[in-house]
Ligand binder design. Structure first.
Ligand SMILES: CC(C)(COP(=O)(O)OP(=O)(O)OC[C@H]1O[C@@H](n2cnc3c(N)ncnc32)[C@H](O)[C@@H]1OP(=O)(O)O)[C@@H](O)C(=O)NCCC(=O)NCCS
Length: 256
């Protein structure tokens, strides 16, 4: 461990190191504790062990104190985008959900660059349109992609990342809705379809995601569908000139 931390701190400059231990493995937790690892989250039904789904803990070590408090505003590259305006229920759209297709790449490129989407996701600015098309053309076999279509245009995209082996009951989820269509039920339609797919057709019992702690619309949508916060990941990602925290959230279906 001394060598590993020397490598991480002094040669790779890593900010966060994460490890997952079973919730009942006290010796492991105290071993990592000696090296400055702290518990950030309790992960429910995380892995299959000895005939049952078991809980685990996420332990992390930060190289420096958390930096998530707003830094010098002048270092920010741009102002945070305003929260999307919520439409009245009368403004609801006719939304069709279907599988994402390679031919959707131009709509996906447009939606990922719209308004607040890069800000609230782990997308990176200035990604080439070629890269967006390449991602759809070469989607890994463990990915399931859904598209929300309004008037023949893809305005929302959700991806499920299926885990394997002893975590084959789990999937990670990411989603985005075009800024012009946010607050109009597109995210709700995508999430309902994803949960149907995950739980009624793929026999998944854990769906997990991370969401930046300041993403009110995202957190509200996930809570509405029964996701619960399992912990706060400190300095989870770099965004617009500073590190930001994210919630780890999951939805558990224990009937499967
Ligand atoms: C977060 C996001 C996916 C939600 O999708 P959406 O189509 O805007 O959401 P919906 O219109 O279906 O609203 C779903 C729920 O979210 C909540 N919500 C939506 N907009 C909100 C806002 N501006 N503020 C607070 N809550 C909001 C409400 O609870 C709403 O349910 P209700 O209408 O029954 O009350 C979408 O806003 C988005 O893509 N944002 C930018 C990228 C992003 O944050 N992706 C997720 C990263 S984890």
């Amino acid at each position: 461990m001394d060598a590993l931390l020397d490598l991480a701190d002094n040669w790779l400059g890593l900010r966060r190191i994460e490890v997952v231990v079973f919730a009942d493995d006290e010796p492991a937790a105290s071993f990592y504790g000696q090296y400055g690892f702290e518990q950030e989250a309790s992960l429910r039904r995380y892995a299959f062990r000895d005939g049952a789904y078991r809980d685990t803990r996420l332990l992390t070590r930060l190289r420096q104190p958390a930096q998530s408090a707003p830094a010098d505003e002048e270092t920010a590259l741009e102002a945070p985008p305003a929260a999307p305006v919520r439409e009245s229920k009368e403004g609801k759209l006719a939304i069709t959900i279907r599988g994402i297709e390679i031919d959707d790449w131009e709509d996906v490129a447009a939606l990922r660059e719209s308004g607040n989407v890069i800000y609230y996701t782990l997308q990176i600015p200035y990604l080439s349109r070629d890269a967006v098309r390449d991602r759809l053309e070469n989607m890994p076999k463990n990915q399931r992609g859904l598209a929300a279509v309004v008037k023949d245009r893809v305005v929302g995209h959700l991806g499920l990342h299926l885990e394997s082996g002893r975590r084959a009951h789990s999937a990670g989820l990411g989603m985005m809705v075009h800024a012009d269509y946010q607050g109009r039920g597109v995210g709700t339609a995508l999430m309902a379809a994803a949960i149907n797919l995950a739980e009624n057709w793929l026999a998944l019992s854990r769906i997990e995601l991370t969401v930046f702690t300041d993403n009110a619309a995202g957190v509200a949508l996930y809570r509405k569908f029964g996701f619960e916060i399992e912990g706060t990941l400190r300095d989870c990602a770099f965004r617009n000139g500073r590190y930001v925290d994210a919630y780890l959230m999951s939805r558990i279906r224990d009937k499967v």
